[in-house]
Design a binder for this molecule. Sequence first.
Ligand SMILES: NC(=O)c1ccc[n+]([C@@H]2O[C@H](COP(=O)([O-])OP(=O)(O)OC[C@H]3O[C@@H](n4cnc5c(N)ncnc54)[C@H](OP(=O)(O)O)[C@@H]3O)[C@@H](O)[C@H]2O)c1
Length: 321
Amino acid sequence: MNAVVIQAYGSPGVFTELAVDVPVITDTQVLIEIYATTASSADQLVRSGAFKQVVQVRFPHVLGVEVAGIVRAAGVNVSQLKVGDRVMGLARAGGGYADFAALEESGAVVIPPELSFQEAAALPASALTAWQSLFQYGKLHSRQRILIHAGAGGVGHLAVQLAKQHGAYVIATARTTNHEFVRQLGADEVIDHTTTDFAEAAGDVDIVLDMVRDTAVDADTGIGLTERKNTLILRDNGRLISLVDPSIATHPKVRGIEARFAYIEPNRNDLTSIIQLVQENKLKVHVDESFPFTAHGIAAAHTHYETRPFRGKLVIVRQQE
Ligand SMILES: NC(=O)c1ccc[n+]([C@@H]2O[C@H](COP(=O)([O-])OP(=O)(O)OC[C@H]3O[C@@H](n4cnc5c(N)ncnc54)[C@H](OP(=O)(O)O)[C@@H]3O)[C@@H](O)[C@H]2O)c1
């Protein structure tokens, strides 16, 4: 089969096309013919080498953690999915930048008819991240005040909708050109992080969902400026959920604030709940732009990811329905 691989860490120009073997599925996996995938933050971090201490890969490596396509084969223990199903899922180890990918049944669900493959590919990792951060780690209640950083991004634009649906008062950060977009998603207030100090503008909050990589980190404590500001605005016994700092729970506890790193797991039940909200028109994924499934197209998607502002998700389309 054809795959778009990386043979080394590097810039978006590192992608090349290569003939590789079709993945051999285990008893609990399905083989998916890929229709669409994405350029996600996880793909960018692995490709560039920024994650090489965290995620070990063997070259040639196939990226693409979010996949949507059609089941072409199923392992003997697969019970909920069958050959011919349109499915979407999270392939944590990658594999989506190829004609076929193996996917654990536990991380995949049937795509509802109202979603295209492009929209379906844009959901699994970002929506699971938003869902598990808010409800599993954040234990969000209605009427709580939540600050969601990066409210126009892949995770953020879904988190804003989910938090609002849940009855929270939602404050988000985004650059001014994205304010109308984030308000339409349901944010009650939007703060421009490029011009305004969120710690001065947000007021007290019960929960912060942080996905901003801190650049100014104190060498002795490992605590960054954004984390310090997050703590300042959190109420006593509030919750600070970080998507970017795995060490956050080891930092000294302040005023009973529970600081947790959210480590996202593939989960069929969560994906099913997400799909239900999509079908009820309560959750909408935003595809900013689509790119062709070639080494050049995927390089263009990754270049766009790194150099130009965008809203929601960047999708790579292998074939139309
Ligand atoms: N722990 C996990 O399992 C997990 C899972 C998924 C993602 N993540 C991490 O979570 C982060 C977000 O992921 P994503 O996929 O949503 O990324 P994304 O789609 O690339 O979103 C990035 C957004 O960040 C905003 N931004 C940039 N600098 C900012 C700042 N200083 N303050 C506030 N917003 C800022 C930008 O919005 P504007 O254009 O409006 O400025 C942009 O829309 C990434 O770092 C990713 O690695 C972790």
